[in-house]
Design a protein around this ligand. Structure first.
Ligand code: NAG
Ligand code: NAG
Ligand code: NAG
Ligand code: NAG
Length: 780
C-alpha cells in the first residue's frame, strides 16, 4: 500500500466500499504458544467469599488456568489487561486458545469472547436542521442547562487547539462530572478546559495485538493525529467558529449540534485499528466518569446480541441512563448491511444536505458534464485550453485494475500531461488522485460505478479533480475510448446552497432490514452525513494522505461517522431540556418527530436508485431537532423491557446472563413477542405459515405534553391488509400519564414485497409518527 498508512487504507476502504469484517487473528506469540486477547464476562455474584474484591478474584482465576511458562527466567507477562465494572462485569485477558476454553468452564465465568477489531465509519448542517439560534424565540437559544450535559466521544482522540473547543463563556464543569484529563505526549492538563472536560486514551488491547506504540510516530495520549475524532467531537458540541471553511469551500459559521454541551474524548482508535477490549474499557470508564450521552462512530460485523461486546457494554450504559448513538455503517446500498442494531442503541444512517460543491468536465466534443469538487490550488488548469484525456480501462461498464488507478498500475508514458479517468472502488478516492499525480497526470475525473450510482462525495484531492456520477462517467469514458485525440478540461464553481432535492438518503448508508430481529426496525433515523464541515487535526492534511503537506483548521468528510454525532448532539440538547427523560424517551422523541419528505415536499428519495427510499433505508426519517424537543407523546422503554425483549430472542440462560450483570435479573415476560417491545417503530412479520393471517402488537405512550390532551390515530393504508387500532382515541388527563393501545394487522392477500406506512397520533399540535413495516416470510 506504499506511502499510505494502513489505517487510512481501511478507513477509506470502509468509506468507499463495502464493509467486510473478520475476526482477524490478533495474536502474539510467547514461547511458541500464541495468545490472543479475550473479553471475559463474569457473574459477580459468584465471587467466592475468600476474595474481598473482584480484581484479585479475576487474576487468581486466570492464574489457575494459565499454563506456566517453561522458561522461568522470562518474566510472566501481565495476563489481565483491563477489568470492567460499571457497564458490565468482567475483564480483558491474554490467553491461548486452550486457556480460553479452560476459563470458560470455571465457576462464575459467563462467556469468553475473542477480541474484535472495529472500524471507524468515516457549516451548514445546524441551519439545515433549523437549529440556527439567531431567532430569540427559538427553542434552540442557548440555555444554561445545556452546559450540564457531557457527551463522551469514542474515537481517535481530540485536537484541543481547535477553535471549536474554545470554552469562552462557559460555566464551571458540571458537578456530576468525575472524569479526568490524562496526560501523555502532546497532551497536558491545560489541554482540558470547560469545553473538553475529560480526555483519556485506551491502548492496551491495541498494543497487545499489534506491538508497542511507536511513540515517535503516534501520540500515546488523547491527542488526535487522525482528524476523525476532532471532526466528530466538533459536530456533537463544537463552539461556534465564524468564518470556518476548507480552502474557501463551505464558508460560514461552524457549530456543533449542542454548542453548550461538554465533550469528553475517549481515544480508542489508533493507526492500527480500534480494539474491542479498549472500546469496552472506554465505555466502562465513561459510565463512571458521568457522561450523559455517548457518540460512537464505529462498528464491527457481529452476528448476535450476546457476542457483540459493544452491544453488551451499551446495555450496561443504558441501564445507567446513558443514551448511546452509533453509526449504522457505510455498507449501503446493499440490503442487510447494518451494524450496531441493538434496540437500546440509537442507530444512525446518513443523508445529504442542501449544500454542494459543483464542478464540471468539458469534453472536446463540446459536451459538458456536471460533477463535484473541492479542489483549490495553484495547479489550476487554464480555462482556455483543452488537455488530452485518457482512460486506461478497456470497458466502460466493468472496471479493471488499470481503470481503478491503483498504486503501480498507471504507466507514466501513457498518462503524463493528461487528465486521467479513474473508476471508484477498491482504493481510497484521494489515493487515486495521488497515483495519477505521481505518474505525471495533470488532472483526474473520478467516475462512479454501478455500486455508487449518481451519488457524489467531494474530496480534497491533491490535483485538479472532478467526481462524476455513473451515467456521466460512462459518457466520458466512451468519448475517451472512441474519440480521436480526445480532450477535456475541468472547472470548479465553489460552494452552492439550496440544492434540491435534499435530504436524500446516501448510497453508502447501511440498509436494513435488521438481521438480528426483523421486528425491530433499523436504522432508527438518518441525519446529515455527506460533505460535512467540522474541525480537523493540525497533524494531517485534508486528504489524510501522508504526502499531503497542507494544514487546515476544518475539513469536509462524509460517512455515517458524520451523521452519528449530529444525533448525539441533538440528544444532548434534549437531555439538557428534559433531564428526567430516559435514553429510550429521547430516542422516541427523535424518531416520532422525524420527517420523511425533502425540500421539494416530495417523499424522501434514495440516492442509490433515484427512487423512493423505504424505512429500511431511512428508519423513522430525518431528524427534526426543533420538533423533537416537544414530541407530545413518548414510547418509553426501561432496562427490564429490553431484557424481556432479549428473552424472546432464543438466547440460552448463560447467553442472557451476559446482560443480566447480576444473575438476579430474570425474564419477566412483559412482552409476548419481539414486536411488542415498546419501540417507536412498528415492524410486523407474518410467518411462513399461511394460516396466521392476523397479528396484534401492543404499545404504551407517555404524555409529555399538556396534561389534558386528546389524541386520535391516523394509519396509512397497506396493500392487502386491514388495520385496526384500539382504542382509536387517547384522552390524557395528567402529565406522564401512560395509556396503551393495540394494533391488529389482518392479511387479506399475502404480499411478496414488504409494505410500509405509518401510524400517527395527533392532538392538533403534535404529530407522533411511527413508521410501520409489514413483511411476509415466504413459505419454505
Ligand atoms: C477563544 O475565543 C475568544 C473569544 O472569541 C478569544 O478572545 C480567545 O482568544 C479564544 N481562545 C483561544 C485559546 O484561542
Ligand atoms: C463490458 O462489460 C460488460 C459487463 O461486464 C459486458 O456485458 C460487456 O460485454 C463488456 N464489453 C466488452 C467490450 O468487453
Ligand atoms: C440485584 O443484585 C444487586 C447486587 O447484589 C442489587 O444491587 C440489586 O438491587 C438487585 N436487583 C434486583 C432486581 O433484585
Ligand atoms: C376520549 O374522548 C372522546 C370525547 O372527547 C370520546 O369520544 C372517546 O371515546 C374518549 N376515548 C376514550 C378511549 O375514552
Amino acid at each position: 500500500m506504499g506511502g499510505i498508512n494502513p489505517v487510512k487504507w481501511w478507513i477509506f476502504l470502509y468509506l468507499s466500499t463495502y464493509l467486510t469484517i473478520n475476526n482477524i487473528a490478533l495474536s502474539s506469540t510467547n514461547n511458541g504458544v500464541s495468545k490472543k486477547t479475550y473479553i471475559v464476562h463474569m457473574d459477580i455474584t459468584a465471587i467466592p467469599t475468600t476474595f474481598t474484591d473482584h480484581v484479585s478474584w479475576y487474576s487468581s482465576l486466570v492464574k489457575s488456568i494459565a499454563v506456566p511458562l517453561d522458561d522461568f527466567n522470562e518474566e510472566e507477562e501481565e495476563r489481565v489487561m483491563y477489568t470492567y465494572q460499571s457497564a458490565f462485569h468482567g475483564m480483558a485477558a491474554r490467553l491461548s486458545e486452550e486457556e480460553a476454553e479452560r476459563l470458560e468452564d470455571q465457576n462464575g465465568v459467563v462467556s469468553v469472547l475473542p477480541e474484535v477489531r472495529y472500524e471507524l465509519h468515516t457549516t451548514r448542517s445546524p441551519m439545515f436542521l433549523g437549529l440556527e439560534p439567531q431567532d430569540s424565540t427559538s427553542v434552540w437559544t442557548d440555555k444554561l442547562t445545556d452546559h450540564d450535559v457531557v457527551v463522551g466521544v469514542l474515537d481517535t482522540g481530540i485536537w484541543p487547539e481547535s477553535q471549536s473547543f474554545n470554552d469562552t463563556g462557559f460555566t464551571s464543569v458540571p458537578a456530576h462530572w468525575r472524569g479526568v484529563c490524562e496526560v501523555g505526549r502532546g497532551f497536558e492538563k491545560r489541554h482540558c478546559n470547560k469545553k473538553i472536560v475529560g480526555a483519556r486514551a485506551f491502548y492496551r488491547g491495541y498494543e497487545a495485538a499489534t506491538g508497542n506504540i511507536n511513540e515517535e510516530k503516534e501520540y500515546k495520549s488523547p491527542r488526535d493525529q487522525d482528524g476523525h475524532g476532532t471532526h466528530t467531537a466538533a459536530t456533537v458540541a463544537g463552539s461556534p467558529v465564524h468564518g470556518a471553511n476548507l480552502l474557501g469551500y463551505a464558508y460560514g459559521t461552524a457549530r456543533g449540534m449542542s454548542p453548550g454541551a461538554r465533550i469528553a474524548a475517549y481515544k480508542v482508535c489508533w493507526t492500527g485499528g480500534c480494539f474491542s477490549s479498549d472500546i469496552l474499557s472506554a465505555v466502562d470508564k465513561a459510565v463512571t466518569d458521568g457522561v450523559n450521552v455517548m457518540s460512537i462512530s464505529l462498528g464491527g460485523g457481529v452476528s448476535s446480541y450476546h457476542r457483540d461486546s459493544l452491544s453488551i457494554a451499551a446495555f450496561g450504559a443504558m441501564e445507567k441512563g446513558i443514551l448511546i448513538s452509533c453509526s449504522a455503517g457505510n455498507g449501503g446500498p446493499d440490503p442487510v448491511s447494518l451494524t450496531n442494531v441493538s434496540p437500546w442503541i440509537t442507530t444512525v444512517g446518513a443523508s445529504t444536505m442542501d449544500r454542494d460543491f459543483p464542478g464540471s468536465v468539458k469534453l472536446g466534443s463540446g459536451a459538458m458534464l456536471k460533477g463535484v469538487s473541492l479542489y483549490k490550488g495553484r495547479r489550476n488548469l487554464s480555462p482556455k485550453m483543452m488537455y488530452p484525456v485518457v482512460y486506461t480501462g478497456s470497458n466502460s461498464s466493468s472496471p479493471d485494475p488499470g481503470s481503478l488507478c491503483l498504486e503501480g498500475t498507471l504507466d507514466p508514458h501513457v498518462v503524463s500531461g493528461k487528465i486521467v479517468i479513474c473508476d471508484r472502488g477498491i482504493s481510497p478516492r484521494v489515493q487515486k488522485g495521488q497515483v495519477v499525480k505521481q505518474a505525471g497526470g495533470i488532472g483526474m475525473i473520478l467516475s462512479n460505478t454501478a455500486a455508487n450510482g449518481e451519488e457524489l462525495v467531494a474530496d480534497c484531492h491533491l490535483l485538479p479533480a472532478v467526481a462524476v456520477g455513473e451515467k456521466e462517467g460512462k459518457a466520458i469514458k466512451q468519448y475517451a475510448m472512441t474519440g480521436r485525440n480526445p480532450t477535456a478540461n475541468l472547472a470548479f464553481y465553489g460552494t452552492k446552497i439550496g440544492i434540491k432535492p435534499s435530504p436524500v438518503v446516501a448510497a453508502f448508508s447501511s440498509r436494513g432490514p435488521n438481521f438480528l430481529s426483523l421486528e425491530v426496525l433499523k436504522p432508527d433515523l438518518v441525519a446529515p452525513g455527506v460533505n460535512i464541515l467540522a474541525a480537523w487535526t493540525g497533524d494531517m492534511g485534508p486528504s489524510s494522505l501522508e504526502t499531503d503537506r497542507r494544514r487546515v483548521a476544518f475539513n469536509i468528510l462524509s460517512g455515517t461517522s458524520m451523521s452519528c454525532p449530529h444525533v448525539s448532539g441533538v440528544a444532548a440538547l434534549l437531555k439538557a431540556r428534559h433531564p428526567e427523560w430516559s435514553p429510550a424517551a429521547i430516542k422516541s422523541a427523535l424518531m416520532t418527530t422525524a420527517y420523511i419528505h425533502d425540500n421539494t415536499y416530495h417523499p424522501l428519495h434514495d440516492s442509490s436508485t433515484g427512487g423512493l427510499s423505504s424505512p429500511y433505508d431511512h428508519g423513522a426519517g430525518h431528524i427534526n431537532p426543533s420538533k423533537a424537543v416537544d414530541p407530545g407523546l413518548i414510547y418509553d422503554i426501561g432496562p427490564q423491557d429490553y431484557f424481556d425483549f432479549l428473552c424472546t430472542q432464543g438466547l440460552t440462560r448463560i447467553q442472557l446472563m451476559v446482560f443480566a450483570k447480576f444473575s438476579n435479573r430474570t425474564c419477566h415476560h412483559s412482552v409476548s413477542g419481539p414486536s411488542d417491545l415498546n419501540y417507536p417503530a412498528i415492524s410486523v412479520v407474518f410467518p411462513e405459515d399461511k394460516r396466521v393471517s392476523s397479528l396484534t402488537v401492543h404499545r404504551t405512550v407517555t404524555n409529555v405534553g399538556p396534561p389534558v390532551s386528546k389524541y386520535h390515530v391516523v394509519v396509512s393504508e397497506f396493500k392487502g391488509v386491514n388495520v385496526k387500532v384500539e382504542p382509536s382515541t387517547l384522552n390524557f388527563t395528567k402529565k406522564y400519564q401512560k395509556l396503551s393501545y393495540k394494533v391488529t394487522f389482518t392479511t387479506k392477500t399475502r404480499q411478496t414485497a414488504p409494505q410500509s406506512g405509518a401510524l400517527i397520533w395527533k392532538d392538533g399540535v403534535h404529530r407522533v409518527r411511527s413508521p410501520v413495516i409489514l413483511t411476509w416470510l415466504s413459505p419454505l
